[in-house]
Design a protein around this ligand. Structure first.
Ligand code: DCP
Ligand code: MG
Length: 365
C-alpha cells in the first residue's frame, strides 16, 4: 500500500458455475439438489460442483459420488457439458471487456479485473462490479459474486465472503484488521500441509503470522515466507496480467534438509503432483509432457522429460510418470535438495472427437 499507486481490483467468481448452467438450461433441475459429475451408482467418480440446494446437505466439489449420495439421497447427478461452460465463460469475458482490457482469467468461472482506469469512465469499482453482475444476470441468467479491493489477494478473498450473488468491498482502512482475523488456510498458497504445520506452531490467524519477523517466516516457510509477510500486512503487488499465454505449469520445492530416501522423494513427488494438477485444473489445461527437475546438495541439477501420446489422464498417472522419471536419475548415495515437476505440451480433450471418457475428466482433482 505504501508507495505503490492505489489500484482498483475486482475479482469475479461465478456461483456454483457448472451446476447453475445446468439449472438454467434444464427447468427440471431448478430448485433441486444437483451434482455435476460423479455417478449415481457410486461407481467411483467425484462431484465437480453441486447446486446450492445440494450444498445444504453437505455435498461439495471433489467429494466422491458415494458420499454425496449418502449425504443427499435425492441428489440428481448430471453429466458435465464442458462446451456449455466454455461458452458461458467466453460471454462473461465479453462483458468484462466492456469495462477494461486488463482481465486475467483464472479458470472458466473466475477472473481478476483491473479497473483503475475503466473504459466507461465510471470511476467507482463498486459500481462497475454491480453493472457486471447485472449484465451477467440479464444476459446469461447466471449469478456471480464480486470482491473489490486494492489488490488481487484481498479482492479474491472478498468475492468468497458473501456467496452466492455477493458483492463485497474491502477498502484500505479495513484491510489490516481483515487480514488479522483471517484463518491461515485462507492465505494464498497455504495448502493443507502448510496450514497444519502452521497450526502445530500455534499459528491460526493472520494476527499470529504477523507476530513473526520476515526472517522467521522465511526460515520456516522458505520463499513463500516473504509473501506471507507482505500479504498479512495487506500488501500484494502482483499485477493483473491479461492474455498471458501459459506454456507450462510447474511447481518445485527446496527442502529444509536434503532428502536421502526414495520414500521421502516419492512423498514429495506426490505433493508436487497435487499442486501442479490443481493449477492445471484451475486453468482448464491438460498436458502431454512431464519434466522432472532434481537438484543435488552440491547444486548440480538434472532434468528428465517424458511425453505421452494422449494427455495425462489424472493425478495418479502424473504421480506414476514422475516416479518413472525419478527412476532414471542417479539418486544412489546422493542427497537431494530440490525436486520440481513441470507440465507442458498442452492439449485439450474436449476439442478432440467425442469419446465417453471425455465427458468426465473430473478425476483431475
Ligand atoms: N470444479 C471442478 N472440480 C473442483 C472444483 C471446481 O471441476 N474440485 C469446477 C466446477 C465448478 C467450477 O470448476 O463449477 C468453478 O469452481 P468454483 O470453485 O468457483 O466452484 P463453483 O463456481 O461451482 O461454486 P462457488 O459458488 O463456491 O464458486
Ligand atoms: Mg465459482
Amino acid at each position: 500500500m505504501e508507495n505503490s499507486k492505489q489500484r482498483k481490483i475486482i475479482h469475479i467468481d461465478m456461483d456454483a458455475f457448472y451446476a447453475s448452467v445446468e439449472q438454467r438450461d434444464n427447468a427440471g433441475y431448478r430448485g433441486k439438489p444437483i451434482a455435476v459429475g460423479g455417478s449415481p451408482e457410486g461407481r467411483g467418480g467425484v462431484v465437480a460442483t453441486a447446486s446450492y440446494e445440494a450444498r445444504k446437505f453437505g455435498v461439495r466439489s471433489a467429494m466422491s459420488s458415494k458420499l454425496a449420495k449418502q449425504r443427499c439421497p435425492d441428489l440428481i447427478f448430471v453429466r458435465p457439458r464442458f462446451e456449455a461452460y466454455k461458452e458461458a465463460s467466453l460471454k462473461i469475458r465479453e462483458i468484462f471487456k466492456r469495462y477494461t482490457d486488463l482481465i486475467e482469467p483464472l479458470s472458466l468461472d473466475e477472473a481478476y479485473l483491473d479497473v483503475s482506469e475503466d473504459k466507461r469512465n465510471i470511476g467507482s469499482a463498486i459500481e462497475i462490479a454491480k453493472q457486471i453482475k447485472d449484465a451477467i444476470k440479464d444476459e446469461l441468467q447466471l449469478t456471480a459474486s464480486a470482491g473489490i479491493s486494492i489488490n488481487k489477494f484481498v479482492a479474491k478473498i472478498a468475492s468468497d465472503l458473501d456467496k452466492p450473488n455477493g458483492l463485497t468491498f474491502i477498502g484500505p482502512s479495513r484491510i489490516e484488521s481483515f487480514m488479522e482475523a483471517l484463518p491461515v488456510e485462507k492465505f494464498f498458497g497455504v495448502g493443507k500441509v502448510t496450514a497444519d504445520r502452521m497450526k502445530r506452531m500455534g499459528l491460526f490467524t493472520g494476527a499470529d503470522l504477523k507476530k513473526l519477523t520476515e526472517d522467521q517466516l522465511i526460515s520456516h516457510f522458505g520463499k513463500s515466507g516473504r509473501f506471507y509477510y507482505k500479504i498479512v500486512r495487506g500488501i500484494d503487488e502482483r499485477e493483473v496480467q491479461s492474455s498471458r499465454e501459459t506454456k507450462s505449469v510447474g511447481a518445485e520445492d527446496t527442502f529444509p534438509y536434503d532428502l536421502r530416501s526414495l520414500d521421502e522423494m516419492h512423498d514429495e513427488l506426490d505433493k508436487l503432483s497435487t499442486v501442479v494438477n490443481e493449477r492445471m485444473r484451475r486453468n482448464g489445461l491438460q498436458a502431454r509432457t512431464v519434466t522432472l527437475k532434481v537438484k543435488y546438495h552440491d547444486f548440480k541439477q538434472v532434468t528428465r522429460s517424458t511425453s505421452i501420446a494422449d494427455v495425462i489422464a489424472d493425478i495418479g498417472q502424473l504421480r506414476s510418470l514422475a516416479k518413472q522419471l525419478l527412476a532414471t536419475v542417479d539418486i544412489e548415495e546422493k542427497r537431494i535438495r530440490l525436486l520440481g515437476i513441470t507440465l507442458s505440451n498442452f492439449g485439450s480433450r474436449p476439442e478432440r472427437p467425442e469419446s465417453p471418457t471425455e465427458q468426465l475428466p473430473l478425476d483431475l482433482i
